[in-house]
Design a protein around this ligand. Sequence first.
Ligand SMILES: [Zn+2]
Length: 408
Amino acid sequence: MLLAGVVTRLWLATRQTRHVARHRNTVPPEFADRIGETSHRRAADYTLARIRFDVVSLLFDSAVLVGLTLLGGLQALSELASAVASSDFVRQLLLVGMVAALLALLDLPFTLWRQFVLESRFGFNRMTLRLFASDAAKGVVLAVVLGLPLLSALLWLMAEAGRYWWLWGWGLWVVFNVCVMLLFPTVIAPMFNKFTPLADQSLAERIHALARRTGFSLNGLFVMDGSKRSAHGNAYFTGLGKNKRIVFFDTLLSRLAPEEIEAVLAHELGHFKHRHITKRLVFAFAVSLAFFALLGWLAQQTWFYTGLGVMPALDGRNDALALILFFLVTPVFTFPFTPVASWYSRKHEFEADRYASEQTDPANLISALVKLYDDNAATLTPDPVHSAFYDSHPPATLRIGRLRAAAS
Ligand SMILES: [Zn+2]
């Protein structure tokens, strides 16, 4: 499965490279009046550079996965944890901690390279090494504060809750995720960014008018200092229930005209009106129930451990091992479903676009999108197969085409 996945990804990367390179010098006619040739070439070069980076990290990650499982890496760490730890419970926590630390360390050069070489080369990086280090430190603190209690509770359930521990484990997972979503806008996100209420009164009035028109109860309009990390612009909804707020990146506000911002927001409201967020949440929880049930069964099977290069302990619990193996190996088996998830996401994007074009002038969303493609150096000429497989958003030509049809 791993090999088939790697070959598929390499094949898709090759297709995308060829397609983007072939169209590097010609702006698609639909965009010729708004996007210059220099911009178009820059987008192509950025796309190509990112594919090369993705291929290298794909090969590296696959090697790490094989090293940890079939080549005995996890077994060695497990023996190390047994030698050091005093109790069975500490041994298991230690093992998860070591694996998490190892994976984070191996990933570090890639993250640094992406931010300070790749993104810098195209003028997107605004981060200093100092900010990077402080983000990383906060990330570690968050992982320990949130992750350690969750992991301890899960290990305890696996040991004590009997045959149906996975049902309890799933319940814990759902509660944990809902809590994180509730805490995110007011506690977690402000650890990394400053959020200030939108100061531009005429823009705020325009947005409130849109919210009233569409019957959306809004609990706040905030601007986030996204520019301290990256030049990429964005806008998002956050929070649950009555706690909903809209967050604009300052980079987005500085580039779009008020009527374009309204159109982007109308698109976001479209996601909300069509209940995309709720649908996704319900779907994610349903899938995680199936995964917990599967884990409950796999954890009992000796071949699950031995087949992946580890010897389960005969005199202690193997719950941490089961969790780690499951976490490492699941993506290999879910990869074939990527196109289904991408298709589902693109369907939602079309629905949100349609909603936006009913609520505001489609011309505004079109011009906002063109600016965003241009600013973010997003390619206008993706390979159709690559796009169908991975893209969460419809390709530019198709998306703008539909909006133009709605406008006329
Ligand atoms: Zn969207």
